[in-house]
Design a protein around this ligand. Structure first.
Ligand code: FES
Ligand code: FES
Length: 179
């Protein structure tokens, strides 16, 4: 059985016929070639496959493509605008939040969703929001700091990043540019 779906992905309209069992992540990666969305666990635990459906975060490995019929989907490829990185992408580069190619796309999409909801989140709010995005190998301090720093060095973070607290975890790391 196949389904005909009409959806918008990153602002582009698509009309596709797919098997009824097609997952949203497979539609994005294999039907549309948007391979920025990654599959980590495949069971809704790691957050690597995070996309926005109608502006809300979902795990695209768990969602049937049919759920996106008539909706707007935003993937990591849709964060940049007119060749300019989204502020959260720039902050991840500037402040060391950028990690591997598996977890980072989901981290970025989740961070964008957080900032859409809470423009100046506290460190606790960031940690709570990002709980669903796992890294198995590095750490989270620089991700949290990057999100606190979105907007650049002129935008004071709500609470001082850990790397700026005397003796705090991450204090050994290089200071972010302009700090
Ligand atoms: Fe979807 Fe891990 S791949 S949550
Ligand atoms: Fe990406 Fe650990 S899973 S850096």
């Amino acid at each position: 059985m196949t389904l005909r779906l009409h959806l918008s992905v990153n602002g582009s309209a698509h009309d596709l016929e797919v098997p009824a069992s097609r997952r949203l992540i497979d539609l994005l990666r294999y039907d549309l070639g948007l391979t920025g969305t990654k599959e980590g666990c495949g069971i809704g635990v790691c957050g690597a496959c995070t996309v926005l459906l109608g502006g809300r975060m979902i795990s695209s490995c768990l969602a049937l493509a049919a759920f996106a019929d008539g909706a707007e989907v935003t993937t990591v490829e849709g964060l940049a605008n007119d060749a300019r990185l989204h502020p959260v992408q720039q902050a991840f580069i500037d402040y060391g939040g950028f990690q591997c190619g598996i977890c980072t796309p989901g981290q970025l999409v989740a961070a964008k969703a957080l900032l859409d909801e809470i423009p100046n989140p506290t460190e606790d709010e960031i940690q709570e929001w990002m709980l669903g995005n796992l890294c198995r190998c590095t750490g989270y301090y620089k991700i949290v700091e990057s999100i606190q720093r979105v907007g650049g060095p002129d935008m004071a973070p709500h609470t001082p990043p850990r790397s700026e607290r005397p003796g705090g975890p991450g204090a050994f790391l290089d200071s972010p540019p302009g700090a």
